[in-house]
Design a protein around this ligand. Structure first.
Ligand code: NAD
Ligand code: SAH
Length: 407
């Protein structure tokens, strides 16, 4: 067995130790061979936790193809370990955008019955380039906020061609993955990449949604002064009440030492901001696409730029300052780190596994369009997780129930 396969297998085995919910669901699914004979294409960050999920699908009878949703997060050793297990993998770390798209199209070549997407690129190809594939599809799922936003766009025009579950919008996904997963892995990515201290610095977080809240919470814990920028007045007040300072990016740009964008929007940091930033400011994006920090503006203001450390591009501005962009402005936690911890992806992938089964079991009732995971499935995942954590849960007596629920 070659070194790459062994390295991948070791990473996968480590992650699996910390995924008790997925392991529990797998036992049941394997016994029933719930996906027997079904072709499933999975498009997501290809690393160890994903590999546990992909292997689980295979063990439950599915014919699985895996492809990455971001060339920078694909780990080649994990891909090799999956290939050694007989799983078709269409991905390679660091490929060009053309090759990335070719991999996505290749991953659909067997006409899947079910798909799992992260960010909506696969869904986009099916809807706009390969619409014939929709005829065979039982359904799909979507892992992240931006992918769900893209689905809402399609839904508004009445263009969704098959049932798709917004897995991101399941409570057992966004409450933990987006907040605590991103909160921790963003700092893991930034710290590993820069090897700088966070304590005492001013950190500017753009966007106080689920991810922004997590990243701000952890920045505060690391000793930073946190500034939030928002466009939503309610979230802005929430940030104030959580102890952060809220201001416009125009003002925050002058104060920040480290900037993290987590909005899902474009042009959050642009020309006028770069020009007033402190010398040595660090910028990272953790939102879906590399559009939140405007790289064209950055280039137009610079006399030169060079890689000064792995995953750091330093821009020398015409005004004499240097500013540093991490991971090419792409998801810093996945391009420069391993992404979320295994205990978090345990819940996200359990949501995904149960969502795929839900699609299969309800295929005759579900209409084309966006759907949500039923609450009882969220509660089932929560109960198994709680049990694995050794935490107890009180139960109401019949009298309490009738009092509390006004039955
Ligand atoms: P969310 O909708 O909960 O939060 C986004 C917030 O950004 C909202 O409060 C919105 O008002 C605010 N916002 C929008 N445009 C803004 C702007 N120009 N300036 C300031 N604030 C702005 O979404 P979320 O779940 O927090 O996800 C945010 C992004 O992160 C999405 O692109 C999502 O796909 C991505 N994501 C990344 C990871 C990761 O691992 N890095 C994990 C989950 C989600
Ligand atoms: N596909 C987009 C970004 C979405 S990233 C892109 O690469 O540009 C955000 C999603 O990645 C989150 O919803 C989270 O569930 C998932 N994620 C985070 N860490 C992960 C990991 N280690 N393995 C697999 N998926 C992960």
């Amino acid at each position: 067995m070659n070194d790459l396969v062994l390295s991948g297998q070791k990473k996968i085995a480590w992650a699996k130790r910390f995924m008790p919910v997925l392991t529990e669901i797998e036992k049941d699914f394997v016994e029933k061979q719930v996906f027997s004979g079904l072709k499933i294409t999975v498009c997501i960050h290809l690393e160890a936790k994903t590999a546990c999920f992909v292997k689980m699908l295979k063990n439950t009878g599915a014919i699985v193809t895996a492809t990455g949703c971001n060339p920078l997060s694909t780990q080649d050793d994990v891909c090799e370990a999956l290939r050694a297990d007989g799983i078709r993998v269409c991905a390679k770390h660091g490929v060009s955008m053309e090759e990335y798209e070719r991999h996505l199209e290749e991953s659909l070549s067997d006409g899947p019955d079910l798909i799992l997407d992260d960010g909506g690129d696969l869904t986009d190809i099916i809807h706009h380039k390969m619409p014939h594939l929709a005829d065979n599809l039982i359904g799909g799922t979507e892992e992240t906020t931006t992918g769900v936003n893209r689905l809402k766009n399609l839904a508004q025009k009445g263009e969704i061609k098959y049932p798709i579950i917004a897995a991101n919008d399941a409570m057992m996904k966004f409450l933990f993955d987006n907040r605590y997963g991103t909160g921790q892995s963003v700092w893991d990515g930034i710290n590993r990449t820069t090897n700088l201290v966070v304590a005492g610095k001013t950190v500017v977080i753009a966007g106080y949604g689920w991810c922004g809240r997590g990243a701000a919470l952890r920045a505060k814990g690391l000793g930073a002064k946190v500034i939030i920028t928002e466009i939503d007045e309610i979230k802005a007040i929430e940030a104030v009440m959580d102890g952060h300072t809220v201001m416009k990016m125009d003002d925050a740009a002058k104060l920040g030492d480290i900037f993290v964008t987590l909005t899902g929007c474009k042009d959050v940091i642009t020309k006028e901001h770069f020009n007033v930033m402190k010398n040595g400011a660090v910028m990272a994006n953790a939102g879906h696409f590399d559009v939140e920090i405007n790289k064209n503006d950055l280039l137009s203001l610079s006399v030169s730029h060079e890689e000064t450390r792995q995953n750091i591009e330093t821009y020398a501005l015409k005004n004499g300052n240097e500013i540093h962009l991490l991971a090419e402005g792409r998801l810093v936690n996945l391009a420069a780190g391993d992404g979320h911890p295994a205990e978090i992806m345990d819940m996200s992938f359990s949501v995904q596994a149960l969502a795929l089964r839900y699609l299969k079991e309800h295929k005759d009732e579900l209409l084309p369009g966006m759907h949500y995971l039923p609450e009882e499935i969220n509660r089932k995942i929560a109960k198994i997780k709680l049990q694995s954590l050794g935490a107890g849960l009180d139960e109401l007596s019949p009298e309490q129930k009738s009092y509390y629920f006004c039955e």
